[in-house]
Every structure is written in structure tokens, then in C-alpha cells.
Write a protein that binds this ligand. Structure first.
Ligand SMILES: Cc1cc2nc3c(=O)[nH]c(=O)nc-3n(C[C@H](O)[C@H](O)[C@H](O)COP(=O)(O)O)c2cc1C
Length: 216
């Protein structure tokens, strides 16, 4: 039995890793990390996320240059570039409906309703970039936790130039580049816990601004 770390422990101990050793990630573990992310929930199950897995050293070097020269982008054996396809839902809707039917979610009436609702909602969405970002970040975060559970260290990043990353990886214009996740093994000492702002500022009960009473 593999010894996965429990989520409660990871939540307590995970740190954003700044420097990675050259040690590679096994192909099996990388696949498990990716598969975990692909099981994330998404609005209408439309899965607008797209991931570019960057392992090649030359590509990592170019990506580093597009990511504010952050050394961890070159050091980590794997960098997952999380993107959101703003137009993909139009192509994927039929397949998502077919899958739902195949899995017994609903019949023809359900399919018709779903087609109508999705088209009405996303066809005139006021901020489709925000919509793809919501879905994609859940999938990318799931990958982060799975990597940590398998004993790897992770470095989440938004410090990059979107256009430059697009150029390096050949990402089309309608696909937003949202997030980079470096995965590997920590080099040196883990970063220190930087603390969190008061919960009174971030968690409310019943209404915004009304304090939530934490027992502990
Ligand atoms: C969306 C996102 C973007 C981030 N971007 C960067 C980044 O570009 N460079 C970096 O060094 N750290 C980045 N971080 C790491 C944060 O600085 C770090 O998570 C935060 O200071 C809290 O530290 P902790 O993760 O160790 O608890 C990012 C984290 C998140 C979630």
C-alpha cells in the first residue's frame, strides 16, 4: 500500500516551494496527478481547462524567461501550465451531453434542457475569462494537492507574461493562460509559514461582515 499523506496534514504543512532539486517525477505519479485534476468538478461539467505539461529543459528555460525569470520554472522537473479555453465549450457541449447520457444522468429532455441552458448562459456570458478561470483553478489546485499527497513539493505561480507564455508554448489567443504549477522535490530548506490574515477579515456567518465564531 502506498503511503499517501492525509489532506489535513498537507493543509497544515504544505509550503509554496521556491527551489527544486533535479530529481525527476515518475511517469506513473505524473499521470496520477494529471488524472486527479481532470476529475475536478466544473460548471455544467464543461471542463474548459487545458493543461500543457512542460518537462523538456529547453522549454522550461524559455518558460522561465516568460515567467519573470523565476528559477523554479527551470529547476522543477515538471511545470504544468494551466489554461482556460474560452471557446471550447461550443465544441465540447455535444460530447459532455453524450457522456452524461452514457452515464445515465438523463435522457433526451435533459439533453435538450442542458443545450438550451448552456447556450443561453455561456453564449452571452459577461466575463468568460473569469468563467474559465474558476473552473481551471479547481482542477489545477486538485493537481497541487495530489502532487503533495504523493510526497512531492509544489510551487504555484501567476508571475508570468501571458503573451510570452503563449508564444513559447504555441497557445492560441482564445485560450487564457491562468496559472503555473511547478512540481518536484524541494532543494534545501522549505520556506517558512508566512501566516494568514485574521479570520475575522475573511470568514463571515450568514451575512457578509458578520463574524463567524471559530471554537478553536
Ligand atoms: C495563484 C497563486 C500565484 C502565485 N504566484 C507566485 C509567483 O509567481 N511566484 C512565487 O514565488 N510565488 C507565488 N505564489 C506563492 C505564494 O506567494 C504563497 O502561496 C503564499 O505566500 C503563501 O505561502 P504558502 O503557500 O507557503 O502558505 C503564488 C500562489 C498562488 C496561489
Amino acid at each position: 500500500m502506498r503511503n499517501e499523506k492525509p489532506l489535513s496534514e498537507l493543509v497544515r504543512l504544505r509550503r509554496a516551494t521556491d527551489s527544486f532539486a533535479a530529481e525527476p517525477i515518475s511517469a506513473g505519479d505524473l499521470e496520477e496527478i494529471l488524472r486527479a485534476g481532470l476529475e475536478a468538478p466544473s460548471s455544467y461539467n464543461l471542463q474548459p481547462w487545458r493543461f500543457v505539461v512542460v518537462r523538456d529543459l529547453q522549454q522550461r528555460r524559455k518558460l522561465r524567461a516568460a515567467a519573470m525569470d523565476q528559477q523554479k520554472v527551470e529547476e522543477a522537473p515538471v511545470v504544468i501550465v494551466a489554461c482556460g479555453d474560452t471557446l471550447g465549450w461550443r465544441e465540447d457541449l455535444a460530447e459532455v451531453i453524450r457522456l452524461g447520457q452514457e452515464h445515465g444522468i438523463g435522457g433526451d429532455a435533459w439533453a435538450q434542457r442542458k443545450r438550451k441552458n448552456v447556450t443561453a448562459d455561456l453564449g452571452s456570458h459577461p466575463n468568460i475569462s473569469m468563467w474559465v478561470a474558476k473552473q481551471t483553478m479547481i482542477a489545477a489546485t486538485t493537481m497541487m494537492w495530489m502532487a503533495e499527497a504523493l510526497g512531492y513539493d509544489t510551487g504555484p505561480m501567476e508571475g508570468f507574461d501571458e503573451e510570452e507564455v503563449r508564444m513559447v508554448l504555441g497557445i492560441p489567443r482564445h485560450v487564457r493562460v491562468l496559472f503555473l504549477l511547478a512540481i518536484g522535490r524541494l532543494r534545501g530548506e522549505d520556506g517558512k509559514y508566512p501566516g494568514r490574515v485574521s479570520r475575522a477579515r475573511t470568514v463571515f456567518a450568514e451575512c457578509y461582515g458578520q463574524p463567524f465564531q471559530f471554537v478553536k
